[in-house]
Write a protein that binds this ligand. Structure first.
Ligand SMILES: C[S@@+](CC[C@H](N)C(=O)[O-])C[C@H]1O[C@@H](n2cnc3c(N)ncnc32)[C@H](O)[C@@H]1O
Length: 301
């Protein structure tokens, strides 16, 4: 029997473009908004409302519109799932948040001109004639797996030509939905490239060690990997690929050390981390929508 293919970025993207996922994340953007814990850390680490911020993996705009309602006005948000971006644009239009710039882009291959897209003045209309959509992914290109960088990409160098972002966010575990540790590091390097020194990066992950039950489950998974009996679609230890009533989800669950190493390897200084339950008591609706997670804040070196 043929071996099933490993989970690829193309698969993850297709899963997020699937109708069930689109309905799930759109509903959250309309009805749930920011979690208490997110709001707490956003206000603590992003005190300037007129700072240019970049949100990676914005989905249908749950966090983006939450930032807007807190008064952040220079927002650029991107996602590689076009269906979700369409929903985010529609919600922004409904809420009069049209200056938000939405991009269809991949965190592991940010467009060379991303910082050039930033206008230095707050509140100015985004690029494009009447729409705030900017399409930067070439849909004809297969983003299924990280490929060798072509020469044009090498030309980007390590710095962002243009106005760099004063902060970045990759919320609700989006970074951990990139299959392959090296690809997640590429995304961290890309965010580093487009942010200015000292810029905060806020993101969340699961934590394999956060409870005795988790630890026991991961000990069993370790045995499966030792025996070669793990789900053959998984790329690395720590990966999960599962389906529930909402959608099909790929997720890498790291331990704390892995994230500390990845930050250090990609030019980010660890500043803060804490489990969500220690930060705020979230309402039932938030706990139903999302499992416990660890919040991270790093500073661009
Ligand atoms: C769990 S969803 C969170 C969506 C939204 N931030 C929220 O909190 O409702 C993760 C998001 O990350 C996006 N994503 C995953 N990998 C990505 C990549 N390589 N580039 C851009 N977006 C990505 C997915 O398409 C998805 O919208």
């Amino acid at each position: 029997m043929e071996k099933p293919a490993k989970i690829s970025a193309a698969q993850v993207r297709a899963d997020f473009n699937d109708l069930h996922a689109v309905v799930h994340y759109t509903r959250a953007a309309h009805e749930l908004g920011l979690w208490k814990s997110e709001r707490l850390l956003i206000e603590r680490f992003f005190p300037e409302r007129d700072a240019p911020l970049l949100e990676a993996g914005c989905g249908a705009g749950r966090v983006t519109l939450g930032l807007w309602s807190l008064g952040y006005r220079r927002l650029t948000a991107f996602d590689f799932a076009q269906e979700l971006i369409d929903q985010a644009i529609s919600l922004a239009t409904e809420r009069g948040a049209t200056p938000i710039r939405f991009l269809h882009a991949d965190a592991t291959q940010l467009p060379p001109g991303l910082c050039h897209l930033l206008d230095d003045k707050p509140g100015v209309p985004p690029i494009g004639e009447s729409s705030h959509r900017c399409h930067l992914i070439d849909d004809k290109v297969d983003h299924g797996s990280r490929r060798e960088r072509p020469a044009q990409e090498e030309e980007r160098g390590t710095e962002c030509a243009g106005v760099p972002f004063a902060g970045a966010l990759f919320m609700f575990n989006g970074l951990m939905q990139i299959p392959g540790r090296e690809n997640r590091r590429v995304a961290l390097r890309e965010l580093h490239r487009v942010c200015r020194p000292g810029a905060p990066l806020l993101f969340t992950t699961h934590d394999r060690d956060h409870s005795p039950t988790e630890c026991a489950l991961w000990r069993l998974e370790t045995l499966r990997w030792i025996r070669g009996e793990q789900d053959p679609r998984l790329v690395e230890f720590g990966d999960r690929y599962f389906e529930d009533q909402a959608c099909r989800t790929f997720m890498h669950l790291p331990d704390r050390r892995e994230i500390l190493e990845d930050l250090a390897a990609t030019g980010w200084r660890h500043e803060f981390d804490e489990m969500r339950a220690k930060l705020a008591r979230e309402p039932r609706a938030v706990r139903d929508f999302s499992d416990e997670c660890r919040f991270w804040v790093a500073q661009r070196a």
